[in-house]
Write a protein that binds this ligand. Structure first.
Ligand SMILES: [Ca+2]
Ligand SMILES: [Ca+2]
Ligand SMILES: [Ca+2]
Ligand SMILES: [Ca+2]
Length: 680
């Protein structure tokens, strides 16, 4: 599985993205990694049962094992005979029936040595479980006999949200098979639980195609994950000596691998390994060098909001656990590849557990990665309560707390079809009644908490007027007028004699039924209308007006190129020119490969160190909104004549020296040899 790290003189064209307004930046998680269980034997595939049991494959022994209640059961669930563990072969894939354990089927992908026919092939078995024992099995899919090549088997199987079984199948080191429509090799397959093709497969009913094919033009995949929001499938894919990939699958599409692939340019990477077949789909993320991406998982559950929607994956060359930020709402682009952890050994499987944690395996150990961040606690007061119609009720959330971070937003629902925001929010009601008010607070990790309270609103004094108004638009940009319309105010036994406005920004108040006002800077403003009737009785109404913040923009950057190549020891200064349309103070953060490196300035000097590809990112923020710019820097060994010749020169001198030494020693020794015996 481990491939040679041939980064030295590979053609290193890098990934880059232009300045993009961040829709939602990836949220930092308080990620914790801990060993769950050690001493395991190549746990290459994990599957979590809804009853808490963890099933896993031992790649080399052919056994499926069960961890129950934190203990490894001594007897395997089943040991599949004739498993071939050579090269990248083995007991590679595992999936539990979506209805498991009530539908007691376990699915496994095995490289099987058929001693009767003297062939070796990959196959998918459906195993009938009885408790912790696999009691029988049947072969639901038999793939073609393998050549002598022991690599590119694929083997990951998983059920999609459509309850179909998906399998990734390698091309057995024969690139032509990836483009062969009748061959299941070099494909992602989609099947029913009995191995038959579902009629909605993209090539079903087409006699020129294998009906199981879901996507084609693949090389060597070790990873498969489904997005919890979109339901779409992602695969990780190993390139040759370049261009490892993450692909987002569209049924029936071609992912470009085939006999024409090369790491040479032109065409530029990643087109050079994606030029076979019609309309090849390029990867949504790729690495110029070979990291050997392994399995992947995407979290969508309730426990760790900071993880939601991002793809987590392992690799087997740099042993790195990666977080790829998939940009919502489509999750079809990768914004960043953040290394989270370097494991002591190659990473095999990455899965989401029912606890929301992300589970990782290496050849000996099962790890658990979780977010130890804690949610906030929402709490608020309302005064006065009871209130009368038109009176301002002050809602105060300052008793809300986040035990390990900050509350970043307060969202109110006043129970009368109006909403509000801010830690302290004033509001008035225009009709008597009991209103159920909710406050939802969100913390810096996107955890939320909601609190509720009833507000009793009593009628005003007899004969008092009722103040009502609407303010629109809201939210509004700074410098645009907002119209305040109080024409729905009324008095039941007379008439309204005067209107008095307070726009909440200390500007001069208005006195017309309908008026306009322009706010100059962003924020949440409390607008209050006081009406007085012909009897001198008065009443008020209160609304919030939200004036939007606008993100800073990056209007130029140096260097302009998104992808750069540097030699070790050289430096390059990056810089951005930015502005905030609201005139807000801006702060800068520089990161290399996800780690913060630079201070709060718009320039940063990068010193080329370790060979390989590095991502330099700058984020400019006005405190709540941000924009960013990213460059990919590939550090390659110097290609100048002097430095490329030097190692060979030194080697040649050393070799020549050794030869001379040996020759000289032998020559010197010769006279000391005993003289030949005298002739007899
Ligand atoms: Ca491809
Ligand atoms: Ca928190
Ligand atoms: Ca009146
Ligand atoms: Ca701003």
């Amino acid at each position: 599985m481990r491939r040679a790290l041939s980064i030295g003189l590979a053609f290193l064209i890098a990934v880059g993205s232009l300045a993009i307004l961040l829709p939602t930046p990836p949220v930092a998680a308080r990620g914790q990694i801990a060993v769950y269980m050690g001493g395991l034997n190549w746990p290459i595939a994990l599957a979590f049962a809804s009853d808490g049991r963890i099933f896993y494959n031992e790649r080399n022994t052919g056994s499926i094992r069960i961890i129950q209640g934190g203990s490894l059961l001594p007897t395997p669930f089943i040991t599949l005979p004739n498993t071939d563990p050579s090269g990248e072969r083995g007991l590679l894939g595992l999936a539990l029936d979506p209805g498991f354990p009530s539908r007691p089927y376990v699915y496994a992908y095995q490289t099987f040595i058929n001693s009767t026919s003297s062939t070796t092939y990959n196959r998918i078995l459906r195993i009938l479980a009885s408790g912790n024992t696999g009691i029988s099995y049947s072969e639901i899919l038999r793939l073609p006999a393998l050549s002598g090549a022991t690599n590119h088997n694929g083997g990951v199987i998983a059920f999609g949200p459509d309850k179909m079984l998906y399998a990734v199948v390698g091309e057995n080191a024969n690139p032509a098979l990836s483009q062969d429509p009748m061959s299941p090799m070099g494909k992602v397959l989609r099947m029913n639980t009995d191995g038959s093709p579902p009629p909605d497969n993209p090539f079903y009913g087409n006699p020129s195609w294998n009906p199981l094919v879901y996507t084609y033009g693949h090389r060597n995949m070790f990873g498969l994950a489904f997005h919890p929001v979109t339901g779409r499938a992602y695969v990780t894919e190993n390139g040759p000596n370049c261009n490892d990939e993450v692909n987002l699958l569209t049924p029936g599409s071609n992912y470009g691998w085939g006999p024409a692939a090369t790491c040479a340019t032109p065409p530029p990477a990643p087109n050079n390994t994606n030029q076979d077949g019609p309309s090849p789909v390029l990867p949504i993320w790729w690495w110029a060098t070979t990291i050997c991406p392994t399995n992947a998982a995407i979290y969508g559950g309730p426990f760790f909001p900071a993880f939601r929607g991002d793809l987590f994956m392992g690799d087997c060359n740099t042993r790195t656990f990666h977080r790829l930020h998939l940009v919502p709402p489509n999750y079809d682009t990768v914004a960043t590849d953040t290394p989270i952890w370097v494991a002591p050994d190659i990473i095999l499987d990455v899965e989401v557990g029912p606890d929301g944690a992300i589970w990782i395996t290496t050849p000996s150990t099962l790890y658990r990665y979780w977010d130890s961040g804690r949610p906030p606690v929402a709490s608020f007061t309302a005064a006065p309560n009871p209130a009368i119609v038109g009176a301002t009720v002050t809602f105060d959330a300052s008793a809300s707390v986040d035990p390990d971070g900050q509350i970043t937003s307060y969202d109110w629902n006043f129970g009368d079809l109006t909403l509000g925001s801010g830690q302290v929010a004033p509001h008035s009601y225009t009709s008597a009644g009991t209103y159920n008010v909710s406050l939802t607070v969100t913390d810096n990790e996107s955890f939320t908490s909601t609190a509720y309270r009833d507000i009793v609103v009593q009628p005003g004094p007899p004969g008092a007027p009722v103040a009502r108004f609407v303010a629109s638009p809201s939210p509004v940009d700074p410098d645009l007028p907002v119209t305040f319309n109080a024409s729905m105010s009324y008095d039941s036994d007379g008439y309204i004699a005067s209107y008095a406005w307070d726009f909440g920004d200390l500007s001069p108040a208005g006195s017309a039924v309908t008026t306009t006002h322009t706010y100059l800077s962003h924020g949440v403003y409390t607008a209050i209308l006081n009406v007085t009737d012909n009897q001198g009785l008065s009443s008020a109404a209160t609304h919030q007006v939200v004036v939007r913040n606008r993100a800073p923009t990056i209007f130029s950057s140096t260097p302009e190129l998104a992808s750069l190549t540097l030699n070790p020891g050289t430096t390059l200064t990056f810089g951005v020119s930015t502005s905030d349309p609201d005139g807000d103070p801006q702060s800068y953060m520089w990161r290399i490969d996800g780690s913060v490196v630079g201070g709060n300035t718009n320039v940063f000097t990068f010193t080329a160190g370790a060979l390989g590809t590095h991502v330099v990112n700058v984020t400019v923020s006005d405190g709540s909104l941000a924009a960013w710019r990213q460059w990919t820097v590939t550090v390659v060994a110097s290609t100048s004549l002097l430095s490329s010749v030097w190692p060979f020169t030194i080697l040649a001198v050393v070799v020549l020296g050794v030869i001379l030494l040996v020759w000289w020693t032998r020559r010197k020794r010769r006279p000391e040899q005993p003289p030949p015996p005298p002739p007899t």
